[in-house]
Write a protein that binds this ligand. Structure first.
Ligand code: GDD
Ligand code: MG
Length: 361
């Protein structure tokens, strides 16, 4: 089976992290998000993947190249202006000459797409949509089905009064190539608002593949923190850590013998951790970070080359690359874009989102 990954969204809800970094390249356990997804597809024997991109494309193609390093063949299709989820697939039409998978580029899941493909073939349907249960369906596409799993209703972002089920569109579809003929050429068109409702209106069958396998999207900073925590705690079978150690430390790190690290923790290469520093997991620290004496970091994601001064406190926060936190600074439940400086002794308001290259004092 071939696959298309939709990676053209703006990632607005993840800002300021996605101002310089496409959502697909946001690091998860110090590896770009999309690399995890590509390895997952490869595991399910998908060997040719088309990436449907519309903005910040260069960092993605620069990193993944032709895909050979990851055991797959990668094609890139670019949209001049965003074409929507279905329009993006139309734009990739020349690569889709057999049954294919469409995957939203912001989900991590253990969904068994091999079994889903079997179900798709057994039902001889044109479209199979994976479903997953969630607590709050209002930020997703709600899907109602009959007893035979045939989709009867599709409601994108319902209000609470419209919620009739906790099963939502998991953002993974298996499709036959003739579906592409229903999508207009070079026109903004979405699966969720247009193509699926059109199928239902025309009484064309769409089948669901419900699954309770691990599933999460990285729509918001809270979800991103949750994803890291889940993976560090071994909640996914597919995306587990490369070793079953609780604390993984990269090459050429200098960790002071008095530093205390309570896992789960992943520390990238060439990091320095000073005297009496306390790192309390779940925590991920990118390569080239420096954390000076007596600082305490609890439940955080820190990207690369971040400098944290003495006696600083970081908790429940995400800190993008090249940030500097001064001595005695306090950062709690905050999201810092790249190159942010927090002055010594400054306490950020909890819930702050700081845009790149800002100095907070
Ligand atoms: N190439 C391209 N072009 N990709 C796009 C475009 C576009 O114009 N618009 C969105 N995408 C990509 C996004 O990058 C993302 O990977 C995926 O399509 C879905 O878009 P989101 O913006 O993340 O949608 P959502 O999260 O609000 O809702 C979607 O995902 C939910 C599951 O996470 C819908 O498919 C819901 O029905 C679904 O429940
Ligand atoms: Mg999304």
């Amino acid at each position: 089976m071939k696959a298309v990954i939709l990676v053209g969204g703006q990632g607005t809800r993840l800002r300021p992290l996605t101002i310089n970094t496409p959502k697909a390249m946001v690091p998860v356990l110090n590896t770009p998000f999309l690399e995890h997804v590509i390895r997952y597809l490869r595991h399910h024997n998908v060997k040719e993947i088309t990436l449907a991109l519309s903005h910040l494309a260069q960092p993605i193609s620069g990193y993944f190249g032709d895909g050979s390093q990851f055991g797959v063949r990668l094609n890139y299709v670019l949209e001049e202006t965003s074409l929507g989820t279905a329009g993006a697939v139309k734009n990739a039409e020349s690569y889709l000459d057999e049954t294919f998978l469409v995957l939203n580029g912001d989900i991590i899941t253990d969904l068994d797409i091999t079994a889903m493909l079997d179900s798709h073939h057994q039902r001889k349907t044109k479209i199979t949509i994976a479903l997953t249960p969630v607590d709050d369906p209002t930020s997703y596409g709600l899907i109602e089905t009959d007893v035979k799993d045939r989709v009867t209703r599709f409601l994108e972002k319902p209000s609470w009064s419209q919620v009739t089920t906790n099963m939502i569109n998991a953002g993974a579809y298996i499709m036959e190539p003739d579906v592409i003929a229903y999508i207009p050429y070079q026109t903004k068109f979405s699966f969720e608002h247009e193509l699926f409702p059109l199928f239902l209106q025309n009484d064309e069958p769409i089948y669901a593949y419900p699954s309770t396998a691990y599933w999460i999207d990285i729509g918001t900073p809270e979800k991103y923190l949750r994803l890291n925590k889940d993976l560090l705690n071994g909640k996914s079978n597919q995306y587990s850590l490369p070793s079953n150690k609780k604390v993984i430390i990269g090459e050429m790190c200098h960790i002071h013998p008095t530093a205390q690290i309570a896992g789960p923790a992943v520390i990238g290469s060439s990091c320095t951790v000073g005297l009496n520093v306390k790192l309390k997991g779940p925590i991920v620290i990118g390569p080239g970070c420096v954390i000076l004496d007596d600082s305490v970091i609890t439940e955080a994601i820190i990207w690369q080359a971040v400098n944290i001064g003495r006696k600083a406190e970081v908790k429940g926060s995400i800190i993008a690359s090249n940030c500097r936190l001064g001595d005695d600074s306090i950062v709690e439940e905050a999201v810092l874009g790249d190159n942010v400086t927090v002055a010594s002794g400054h306490k950020l308001k909890p819930g702050s989102k700081i845009w790149p290259r800002t100095t907070v004092s």
